[in-house]
Design a protein around this ligand. Structure first.
Ligand code: SF4
Ligand code: SF4
Length: 136
């Protein structure tokens, strides 16, 4: 399975090779989808996709918690405000993963698949109606 999460690193873990230690200890693999490093206050935020068995991912998340690293499911941070979306489709060409797409050319409804989203933030920038909220 895979699971996308946001990791918020506190100052005390900033310089530690936490992610590679999870691979070593639990065998879980990961892709870093986005990194926001604030060197001034020694804090960082990563969007990571864990790849592995559910037990490996659960053990990894448990260890992160023990280390004081907050994990949040990515899907909680990306939202479309349905009432604001006019299905203008302006966002779809800027979405690098196909999370925003028009699968049916007859209805021209823009669908949002949160599971494909990597929180790049492009849609929030280009949407003229402020329908996409990306908190990161
Ligand atoms: S750009 Fe905004 S209003 Fe247009 S389809 Fe995308 S989310 Fe909806
Ligand atoms: S943040 Fe928006 S543009 Fe980026 S991957 Fe997610 S849905 Fe697509």
């Amino acid at each position: 399975m895979n699971k996308k999460v946001i990791l918020r690193f506190p100052e005390k873990q900033f310089n530690h090779p936490v992610m590679s230690s999870l691979t070593k200890e639990f065998g879980v693999l990961f892709n870093i989808l986005k990194a926001d490093i604030n060197a001034e206050n020694n804090r960082g935020t990563l969007i990571v996709e864990f790849i592995g068995e559910s037990e490996q991912i659960a053990d990894s998340e448990k260890r992160l918690k023990e280390l004081g690293i907050k994990t949040e499911p990515l899907s909680q941070e990306i939202k479309r405000i349905e009432d604001n979306c006019t299905h203008c489709s302006a966002c779809t060409v800027h979405c690098p993963t196909g999370a925003l797409s028009v699968p049916d050319r007859k209805t021209m409804i823009v669908e949002f698949e949160a599971s494909k989203c990597i929180a790049c933030g492009n849609c929030a920038v280009v949407c003229p109606y402020k329908a996409m909220q990306v908190k990161f």
